[in-house]
Design a protein around this ligand. Structure first.
Ligand code: PRX
Length: 651
């Protein structure tokens, strides 16, 4: 290890000097961490960071031992409308400042919106939605690409006190329909086509398929991104531009309670169908505003470039709500990192003077594989903070990000969090935290952690175990939409009285935390979260398949690859045509992101005598770690393991 790679890596002076937020060094980190054990700390934060119609007087109600009977509440007597914090309050001081830089798929085709323009567009969209009958408490599905209108649609819902649920534009008609049905939306907002990497994505056509025979949806508002010809159902479909043009650019925001739902976001778990996590207005906004400011040490004049998609929680929290609440210039990126070439991100940074850049390890690994030249070809001197999110970052990729992209002058924040947590929970603070590559470092103030073993015993010191959070924090999801029992069962039953994250975590002797990945049956493929159960349900629904078990295995670029073990029906044949058909079924049922990287047709699954599939064995085989399989004597048919090993090593 060279001298420059001594650990921990200090925060470059250029980043630590002039720190502008609460957490400015390790001393202030510790002080705020201690102070934030008291929920009153968050009441103060919420009052300072958010515009309230009526300020709250209570901080938190409820705890994790009684979350089954009474959901957690924060700031419950407060009244607000989230968009007044994100838009109205900025009009005087920042009306002409750019709110959103839209980087379209084709370089040069994007545009910018000032806070004043964004405010006006949101007002028009809110009026247009109200004209379609949308009101406080209604749910609206948004199925769009990365266009400013997606953010406008989200904010317009919030303006009305309606609850949006954004569905990632890569999900299939089937997945979209499931979500529409689950949240009982009567209005859907979509666009003619999306654009990504020079290709068109037929969003409206997918919507049409999803809505086939679904009378529940009364209105489909369609933004024309490309102008492509699309099918039109009179009476149901409405053109976004004409609907907005018919409306005034002012709208009186609807004040709602702090605990009113702001949005629902569906995510995969280890069992069953994706569940709709519900985030509330007051707590969520306080959390994303606080973490957006402190994690990145946000400063006046920053240009914040988060290249996630609004279809995921990262896009909600750190493209839309956090940055706009903090009056930042935020970027919406429609394209992909390699279009038109592997220098796209760096060109984006240079052209817009991005100071904080936030992406996923998958993209970093993919770009590192193209070498340093595409990075070096651009002037990246505007950068100060580099963020990563979504999966563990391997030290090689971390060093490449630090040395090549950041040129040793920027700090890295490896932010650990989840759809459920609303915002960052474990992360370095840009101005304060010396880094150990691969470690998300320390908990955010307000996040009290525990590592536990599988039996529930608390582990101390340098150790490894299940990552749990012991106390409520303002940004946590409050419930699973329409199914509070599932929420309690999913998150609070493995370790009673604690929120169990589903992740494993190692703590070193200095207290640095290293996320080791999911310990449940959730896959993380290229930063996209998918449940093995969802794959298996699709595979076994094919007539040729009798049983299926899906596991993840390490993949150089994607983080995890998907290995599907199949047991076929007696008369079925393992032909390439069958495997192609299964791949197509995965795509149709879940979406293009649900691709099996390997199919292994095997004679039987390894099961215990009570019929439980031993996934541990299947994981080891997929990883190629045949020696590490361990004792198989408890299996109903131990011989099946040798047969599977033989098939795996031939494939
Ligand atoms: O396994 C962890 C991984 O992503 C999961 C959450 O996925 P999702 O809800 O889709 O949210 C992703 C964006 C916040 C976690 O349970 N994960 C997220 N960030 C990190 C991570 N794993 C390691 N390091 C991270 N920084």
């Amino acid at each position: 290890m060279s001298d420059s790679r001594r650990l921990p890596v200090p925060v470059p002076a250029r980043v630590s000097e002039g720190a502008a937020n609460e957490v400015r060094d390790m001393e202030s980190y510790r002080a705020h961490y201690e102070a934030a054990r008291d929920p009153a700390y968050w009441l103060e934060q919420a009052k300072q960071r958010i515009v309230w119609r009526s300020a709250p007087s209570v901080a938190c109600r409820g705890d994790f031992s009684s979350v089954g009977e009474a959901p957690i509440h924060w700031f419950e007597d407060g009244q607000l409308n989230v968009t007044e914090s994100c838009l109205d309050r900025h009009l005087d001081a920042r009306g002409e400042q750019t709110a959103i830089i839209w980087e379209a798929d084709e370089i040069g085709e994007g545009r910018s919106l000032s806070y004043r323009e964004l405010h006006a567009e949101v007002a028009r969209a809110a009026n247009a939605l109200a004209a379609l009958g949308v009101k406080r408490g209604d749910t609206v599905i948004i199925y769009m690409g990365m266009v400013p209108e997606a953010a406008i649609a989200m904010l317009a819902c919030a303006r009305l006190g309606a609850v949006h649920s954004v569905v990632f534009g890569g999900f299939s008609a089937h997945a979209l329909r499931d979500r529409i049905v689950d949240c009982r939306a009567r209005v859907v907002i979509s666009q003619d086509e999306g654009r990504r990497g020079g290709r068109s994505i037929p969003l409206k056509a997918v919507c049409d398929e999803a809505l086939e025979g679904l009378e529940q949806v009364e209105s489909l508002l369609v933004f024309r991104r490309t102008g492509a010809e699309v099918a039109w159902r009179e009476g149901r479909d409405h053109d976004w531009a004409s609907a907005l043009a018919a409306q005034p650019d002012t709208h009186e925001a609807v004040a709602v309670g702090a605990e009113d739902p702001l949005f629902i976001l569906y995510t995969s778990g280890s069992t069953g169908r994706p569940k709709g996590l519900m985030h509330s207005c007051g707590g969520y906004l306080s959390w994303v505003a606080y973490t957006h400011a402190n994690t990145f040490d946000l400063r006046e004049g920053d240009v914040f470039g988060c290249v996630a998609d609004v279809g995921w929680i990262t896009g909600h929290s750190y493209i839309v709500y956090g940055p706009l609440c903090n009056g930042t210039t935020t970027v919406m990126f429609e394209s992909v990192p390699t279009y038109p070439d592997a220098g796209r991100y760096w060109d984006l940074v240079a052209r817009h003077g991005i100071t904080i850049f936030y992406t996923a390890p998958t993209a970093i690994r993919a770009l590192a594989a193209h070498g340093d030249a595409p990075v070096r070809a651009h002037d990246l001197s505007s950068l100060r903070v580099l963020g990563t999110v979504g999966e563990p970052i391997n030290p090689d990729a971390w060093w490449w990000y630090f040395e090549v992209v950041g040129q040793g002058r920027c700090t890295i924040v490896d932010t650990w969090w989840q759809t459920e947590t609303g915002g960052h929970c474990i992360t370095p603070f840009a101005a304060a935290t010396p880094n150990k590559p691969g470690s998300a470092s320390f908990p955010v103030p307000g996040i009290q952690l525990e590592l536990r073993d599988e039996k529930g015993a608390r582990l101390e010191g340098a150790t490894q175990g299940h990552l749990c959070i012991t106390h409520p924090w303002p940004g946590m999801a409050r419930t699973v939409w329409g199914d509070h029992a599932r929420y309690v069962d999913t998150y609070f039953s493995t370790h009673p009285g604690r929120y169990f994250t589903g992740d494993g975590c190692r703590r070193d002797e200095d207290g640095y935390l290293f996320i080791t990945g999911r310990v449940d049956d959730v896959l993380n493929v290229a930063g996209h979260r998918l449940g093995t159960a969802e794959f298996e349900a699709v595979l076994v629904s094919d007539d040729a398949v009798s049983e299926a078990a899906v596991v993840g295995y390490p993949h150089e670029v994607k983080g995890q690859g998907v290995c599907a073990y199949l047991v076929l029906q007696a008369e079925a044949e393992a032909s390439p045509a069958l495997l192609d058909k299964l791949q197509a079924e995965l795509r149709a049922e879940i979406g293009a992101l649900a691709k099996a990287d390997r199919f292994l047709v095997i004679p039987g699954l390894p099961k215990t005598r009570s019929g439980k599939v031993m996934r541990r064995i299947l994981r080891k085989i997929a990883e190629g770690e045949f020696e590490a399989i361990g004792d198989v004597s408890t299996l109903a048919d131990p011989g099946v393991v040798d047969a599977i090993k033989a098939i795996a090593s031939e494939s």
